[in-house]
Design a protein around this ligand. Sequence first.
Ligand SMILES: [Zn+2]
Length: 68
Amino acid sequence: MIGVPTYEFRCASPVCNARATALTKDEVIAQLTTHVKVEHRIPSPTRPIMQFLVDNTIRELPQQKGRS
Ligand SMILES: [Zn+2]
């Protein structure tokens, strides 16, 4: 469905309640990456860190039907 956010990122840090949504997984990962770099001061997160974060902070939102 066009225009409805499909992926959600919720920061896993207990002291941070950042949240973002995006239409594609790539987009939400980009937001997550920026968030980690800027808010958590990890200028170059390693691949395992990113994989962990992707697995633990991103989820696919259930599609809402018939919202017209
Ligand atoms: Zn955070």
